[in-house]
Design a protein around this ligand. Structure first.
Ligand code: NAD
Length: 483
């Protein structure tokens, strides 16, 4: 770290107290820009998760559970201000921990503050309904928290994902147990410190760092947890759903994607270009809503290809603190996954590649951003999520063909339509199999206010926006007979 940490990262937060893991074991946290050890984090296991869930239950039954919605909202609003005051420090932590270029890390810290602001303001605005029923009855609904919510968070956008899931869960009055990814958890711990400073009662937020197969599995199978929010890979998501299913606990799954952008002959190409490229390389392509497939109508295909190739040739990759367009991947393991995809792509034509800056440490997880062209829509690189800075260009002739290709993967997270034709915009917005549709723009991960989530193997349930507040609560119907 270029500056000393202002908290002890080797402790878990349980019931308002910072403690060593029950076994005293720790794990190394690595800096993906150079492979060096940043610090040690606690390796929480079953015992720590048990204690965290117990603490959350006590908070639900105690001060936190009795707090009014507007008091919860005020705490979140205070938390938003504290996050805003420390945006630069949080960005620095995220850059070192995730390998995210500083500008992108800062945008995530700003988004975290905005999530807390949004959910702080929304906390006391979630209302039930009165329902016309039989004569002599008054019927109404109440929105109540699930109780204890488990939040299993990946390494790619810790701050944004914590903001959208923990922020919404707290707004509804749940008590949370957060399990950050073992590869990146500094901002989760920093956030928890700020939450206590903002006045969050002990036990309303507990944080257990550790391995997925230990702390993560203990949380998703814990009988004291009433709802699980999981973001990460399809394989792990399926495991989490299975173990939560044994306790009949609802699960929100935010998984991967192979999100397409459809560019038609009549599109404003100048407006489209930055979105076409940025949506694929943001956070080194390690974004569940990354746009990794660019479908282009034949009439503008060559133009889009040459514009994107030119943009790719200017892309530079290097250490996060150099703040270039692209940082390292999260780990050597991720670099190996992406490099294997590049090997599989050796039968394809590369339209352009970016460059790794000279002096970037060999021990960092760097890969060259790569744009492939003329890619058959059934090629592995056109179907599988790569989670690296790799995009494929796929030509098409007709709208029908574009729709078939766009809907041909197992995923359905985000899609965008670039066309001036209003009827086509409306038609495709309905027919594309995707949780979010953008028309003449693309919002990878953006939009605190916009409900977000997938169909198919991209997952189920919605986070962000007001919709998340419904997801983090359950509806009770009260039917009163008064004659
Ligand atoms: P992962 O799914 O293994 O990890 C995500 C979270 O789940 C982490 O906190 C991890 O500790 C936890 N976890 C792991 N095993 C668990 C288990 N058995 N029970 C409960 N929790 C468990 O993802 P990863 O290894 O970090 O990344 C692998 C792939 O996942 C990537 O290549 C990418 O395709 C995908 N991914 C998607 C997103 C997304 O935002 N949709 C984010 C990160 C990774």
């Amino acid at each position: 770290m270029s500056q000393a940490l202002w908290f002890d990262p080797s402790l878990v937060l349980i019931g308002g107290e910072w403690l060593s893991s029950a076994t005293g074991k720790t794990l190394a946290l690595k800096n993906p820009s150079d492979g060096s050890e940043i610090c040690r984090i606690a390796r929480g296991e079953t015992w720590d998760v048990d204690a965290a869930v117990n603490a959350a239950q006590s908070a639900r039954d105690g001060d936190w559970g009795r707090m009014t919605a507007f008091e919860r909202g005020r705490i979140l609003s205070r938390l938003s201000r504290l996050v805003s005051e420390r945006v630069d420090e949080l960005a620095q932590l995220e850059a070192v921990d995730v390998g995210k270029p500083l500008t992108q890390a800062k945008a995530d810290a700003v988004a975290l503050a905005r999530y807390c602001e949004f959910y702080g303001g929304a906390a006391d605005k979630v209302m039930g309904q009165t329902i016309p029923y039989l004569d002599g009855y008054t019927v109404y609904t109440l929105r109540e928290p699930h109780g204890v919510t488990g939040h299993i968070v990946p390494w790619n956008y810790p701050m944004q994902i914590i903001g959208r899931s923990v922020g919404a869960a707290l707004a509804m009055g749940n008590a949370c147990v957060l399990k950050p990814a073992e590869e990146a958890c500094l901002t989760a711990l920093a956030f928890a410190h700020l939450a206590l400073e903002a006045g969050l009662p002990a036990g309303a937020l507990n944080v257990v760092t550790g391995l997925g197969a230990e702390a993560g599995a203990a949380l998703s199978s814990h009988p004291g947890v009433n709802h699980i929010s999981f973001t990460g890979s399809v394989e792990t998501g399926a495991l989490v759903q299975q173990s939560a299913g044994r306790n009949v606990v609802p699960v929100t799954l935010e998984l991967g994607g192979k999100s397409p952008q459809l560019v038609f002959d009549d599109a404003d190409l100048d407006a489209a270009l930055p979105f076409l490229v940025n949506a694929g390389i943001q956070n080194a392509g390690q974004t569940c809503s990354a746009s990794s497939r660019i479908l282009v109508q034949r009439g503008v295909y060559d133009k889009v290809k040459s514009n994107m190739a030119e943009a790719y040739e200017q892309l530079t990759v290097g250490p996060a603190l150099q703040d270039l367009r692209i940082g390292p991947l999260i780990s050597d393991r991720q670099k190996e996954i992406v490099s294997n995809f590049l090997k599989i792509g050796s039968d394809l034509t590369i339209a352009a590649q970016g460059q790794i800056v000279s002096g970037a440490p060999d021990s960092g997880a760097y890969v060259k951003p790569t744009l492939y062209c003329d890619v058959p829509s059934d090629h592995v690189l056109a179907r599988d999520e790569i989670f690296g800075p790799v995009q494929v260009l796929i030509p098409f002739d007709t709208e029908k063909q574009a729709l078939t290709i766009a809907n041909s993967t197992e995923y359905g997270l985000v899609a965008s339509i670039w066309t001036a034709n209003g009827a086509r915009q409306m038609r495709l917005a309905k027919r594309l199999r995707s949780g979010q549709i953008f028309i003449n723009n693309y919002g990878a991960g953006g939009g605190v206010e916009l409900p977000f989530g997938g169909v198919g193997k991209s997952g189920h349930g919605r986070e962000k926006g007001f919709e998340a507040l419904y997801g983090f609560s359950q509806l009770k119907t009260v039917a009163a007979f008064h004659g």
